[in-house]
Design a binder for this molecule. Sequence first.
Ligand SMILES: Nc1ncnc2c1ncn2[C@@H]1O[C@H](COP(=O)(O)OP(=O)(O)OP(=O)(O)O)[C@@H](O)[C@H]1O
Length: 260
Amino acid sequence: MSEAAVVSLTGIGTRFGPTVIHEGLDLEVARGEMVSLVGGSGSGKTTLLRHIIGLTRPYAGQVELFGEPLFSGSATVQRDRRRRFGVLFQQGALCSALNVAENIAFPLRELRVASPAEVDTLVAQKMAMVELEPHHAVLMPAELSGGMVKRVALARALVLEPELLLLDEPTAGLDPDRSASFVALIRELHKRLSLTVMLVTHDVDTLAALSTKIAVLAERRIVSYASLEETVTFDHPFVERFFGGEQGRRALARHHGEHR
Ligand SMILES: Nc1ncnc2c1ncn2[C@@H]1O[C@H](COP(=O)(O)OP(=O)(O)OP(=O)(O)O)[C@@H](O)[C@H]1O
């Protein structure tokens, strides 16, 4: 594993019953990168994110975070490692019985890493960071718009002040305007907080706006790991479908227009 790698996956193998999902999969994410993981439906993208955060374990291979095997060290060492990453799950996954502030505070309470006064300060800071108003703190998830759910989930992912942020379909379910403003917010936070980001997305606009590198998951492993410009020239049926369709071509044209 190179010195700067934040995530290192080596020889990962995953199976559910007789179905093999990953086999000999390698990937290294360097500090400061924003890596988009793309692949066909059911190719194992979410499962890979779950391996990285330790929710599931591959049957083969090694997952390292911040230069150390994921499950190595004492309980305290593992808890400290847990504090160094934040996750935005698909659909936001807020707890419906907790209000906005309680949802954002959840990781702090779970890991018991802050006093009640510190919790209030951290929650207020993170709400401001994702452009939520103080009066939103008492709203329940059912009272929020789709865009607000994403912002609350992002504030929760950031509340432990992580170095690594994992995002599963961050813009799924948002209309194009909300999606664009959420992407702009993630870009801004990536820069401001010096984050390393890894995301799963099906959306070419999100991918084009956010990625420093793209990892293509196909045939059970990462078959290409390169910049957007290089990825689009990679000769593979998935890449052709993903970028060559109408939506893909329009998104790439927009991206090139903006970066000219
Ligand atoms: N706990 C589990 N038990 C059995 N099969 C599972 C489990 N979790 C995932 N799978 C299967 O593994 C495959 C990969 O799932 P995963 O959700 O990682 O794919 P994905 O690439 O994220 O898909 P999508 O883009 O459709 O969200 C799928 O066929 C899924 O049904």
